[in-house]
Write a protein of this length. Structure first.
Ligand SMILES: C[S@@+](CC[C@H](N)C(=O)[O-])C[C@H]1O[C@@H](n2cnc3c(N)ncnc32)[C@H](O)[C@@H]1O
Length: 192
């Protein structure tokens, strides 16, 4: 299976968005709510319909870059948040991003949508995109799936991938997941 632009476009065309919560995920909301610097430069890769983007923007964060390989969800964001700057909606493969540096990158079901053989490249690319002391923060599934995407995993595997690259500040079962994901996702903070 080639998980390319055509694959994701088709998912949006057919409205097969099983991952889409329709709202920001509570663990990310709780994390964002304790941030204080509205100038934080934030990347949301594989943003999909971008509920975190909407939440951040409405909370006064403007240094946001939103990336997706499919234009459909970026257009949905444009429609939902007409004031959101169009040049901050980037239609690109995450791995092609260049000359950018962020204080914070938010992860929400993007990692699990990539072929598992790209996981090491994901960690490296995230490292390259972060400023010194920058943080990659979000959720990772703590379970397996029969057919991916999503592709699952667990704490030991994630430690193995990320430990050599980042300082692992937090990697633990999220206490505030939505009901269907309760006990099955890890909240993490990785620091450069
Ligand atoms: C499972 S969805 C998650 C969307 C959103 N983060 C959420 O949780 O609702 C994965 C998203 O990543 C995008 N995507 C997949 N591979 C990508 C890549 N290589 N670069 C950028 N976006 C990608 C897809 O188009 C899709 O919108």
């Amino acid at each position: 299976m080639n998980l390319n632009k055509a694959y994701w476009d088709k998912k949006y065309d057919q409205n097969k968005l099983v991952w889409d919560l329709g709202h920001i995920s509570p663990p990310l909301k709780a994390y964002i709510d304790q941030l204080t610097d509205k100038n934080t430069n934030i990347l949301i890769p594989g943003a999909g319909n971008g509920y975190e983007v909407e939440y951040l923007f409405k909370a006064g964060y403007t240094n946001l870059q939103v990336v997706d390989i499919s234009a459909h969800p970026l257009n949905n964001i444009k429609t939902r948040i007409p004031d959101f700057p169009e040049d901050q909606l980037i239609h690109s493969d995450f791995f092609e991003l260049k000359d950018m540096e962020f204080d914070l990158i938010l992860e929400q079901t993007f990692f699990c949508s990539l072929p598992p053989e790209q996981r090491t490249d994901y960690a490296k690319k995230m490292y390259d995109l972060l400023a010194k002391d920058g943080r990659l923060v979000g959720l990772l599934f703590d379970r397996s799936f029969i057919d991916g995407p999503p592709f699952g995993g667990g704490e030991a595997e994630y430690r193995n991938i990320f430990e050599g690259v980042f300082k692992i500040k937090t990697l633990e079962t999220a206490f505030n997941s939505i009901k269907p994901r309760k006990g099955k996702e890890l909240f993490f903070i990785f620091e450069k």
